[in-house]
Design a protein around this ligand. Structure first.
Ligand SMILES: Nc1ncnc2c1ncn2[C@@H]1O[C@H](COP(=O)(O)OP(=O)(O)OP(=O)(O)O)[C@@H](O)[C@H]1O
Ligand SMILES: [Mg+2]
Length: 357
């Protein structure tokens, strides 16, 4: 009988298996737990960043073959668990059951922030995460229309109740203000309105809250960052140079507010003609990815220009739900995996210098 394989030998081979999104090994990512070895049988748990990780199969077979290569191993049993990391600064500061708050911003208007927020939220939900979407666009809240909801339920126990759409909790500035009523936000009022969206709402457990911001790097981004600890920020850009210089400003604003950058998404990156399959790079190609590299932030992926994304937004049926097999839905799923992976490795600074008021 061959000698019992050692823990060290098993961990050594596991440190050669990469997490496919992060390109780092399972051991240094602390994803291996409960390793047991008995008479050549190896049992272990791999803790994933998302419950329904589509790359589970790949991870399992790589783990299995790595462990089987260790002399003395006769069988391998890989179990999976999921643990979406919580940004401890949130629970430290506010009494809300939200693990991570991710803000979606852009320097420029009309680049697709709201479309990205809705579909990314939905892709995270499809991965098995509990998701909320908060429409903090004080000037043009349009998340309710994009999700086909027009009001929130009656408040209970003096708390606002989020609407539910496609299995996600939804709250919007649009629920609080009358349509067509112009609102001029002054500093303190804006601040208390945004804060109210967190503290006066009866949120149920949330793994990821996606916050859709108004365009630009103005008051809302600042107010939000001062109201709640933001786990991270995402910048949406189109590929042209002008959009990218605005994106850089959005990024700089997050940095100034000490919000970690999760990455850049390139929207309307290309168009595939449905009749010929020919691909057109309408606004140029690869600009956002280059900018991400230059700025040293992750590039989360590119989304095609797809008329179904616009129609879906107008009709309250997000493209990820209406056309789950489309190229754009697939791109959203890839970006959602990237987001989950990046959030899992963000190092949360204990308490930024920024004053929370
Ligand atoms: N990938 C895409 N393919 C096709 N249409 C898109 C795509 N992304 C966004 N759109 C459309 O472009 C328009 C602007 O998108 P959206 O409202 O999401 O941008 P925004 O950045 O949130 O705008 P604002 O700055 O006004 O808040 C919408 O009509 C939307 O449906
Ligand atoms: Mg918008």
């Amino acid at each position: 009988m061959s000698p019992e394989p050692s823990r060290e030998a098993i961990m050594a081979v596991l440190s050669t298996v990469q997490e496919p999104e992060l390109h780092r090994d399972l051991v240094s990512l602390n994803m291996v737990r409960d390793l047991q070895i008995s008479s050549g049988n190896v049992v272990l748990t791999v803790v994933l960043t998302t419950p329904a990780c589509p790359l589970k199969g790949q991870i399992e077979s790589e783990v299995r073959s790595a462990i089987m290569s260790v002399p003395g191993v006769s069988a391998v049993n890989v179990r999976f668990d999921a643990n979406i990391r919580a940004d401890s600064r949130i629970s430290g500061r506010l009494d809300i059951p939200i693990k991570n708050i991710v803000a979606v911003a852009s320097g420029k208007g009309g680049v697709g922030k709201s479309t990205v927020s809705v579909n990314l939220a939905l892709a995270l939900h499809q991965m098995g995460a509990r998701v909320a979407i908060l429409d903090a666009d004080i000037y043009g809240p349009n998340i309710p229309q994009m999700l086909g909801v027009d009001a929130m339920p009656t408040p209970k126990n003096q708390k606002l109740t989020p609407a539910i759409a496609y299995g996600m909790q939804v709250m919007s500035m649009g629920f609080m203000i009358k349509p067509d009523q112009p609102v001029i936000w002054r500093g303190p009022m804006l601040h208390s309105a945004i804060r109210q969206l967190f503290t006066d709402v009866a949120w149920e457990e949330v793994d990821y809250m996606i916050v859709d911001l108004p365009p630009g790097t103005g008051d809302a981004q600042l107010t939000l960052a001062q109201s709640v600890p933001l786990t991270g920020g995402i910048i949406v850009s189109t590929p042209q140079d002008v959009a990218l210089s605005d994106a850089r400003r959005g990024l700089a604003a997050f940095r100034q507010l000490q919000v970690p950058i999760i990455g850049i998404i390139e929207n309307m990156a290309y168009f595939v003609a449905p009749d010929t399959g020919q691909r057109y790079d309408i606004f140029g190609y690869g600009g956002a990815e280059r900018a991400a590299r230059e700025l040293g932030v992750p590039f989360l992926g590119r989304l095609p220009l797809d008329p179904r994304a616009r129609v879906g937004g107008d009709e309250g049926r997000p493209v990820v739900a209406a056309h789950p097999d489309s190229e754009i839905a697939d791109a959203f799923q890839t970006i959602a995996r990237q987001l989950a992976a990046q959030v899992s490795v963000l190092s949360f600074q204990p308490d930024p210098e920024l004053k929370i008021i």
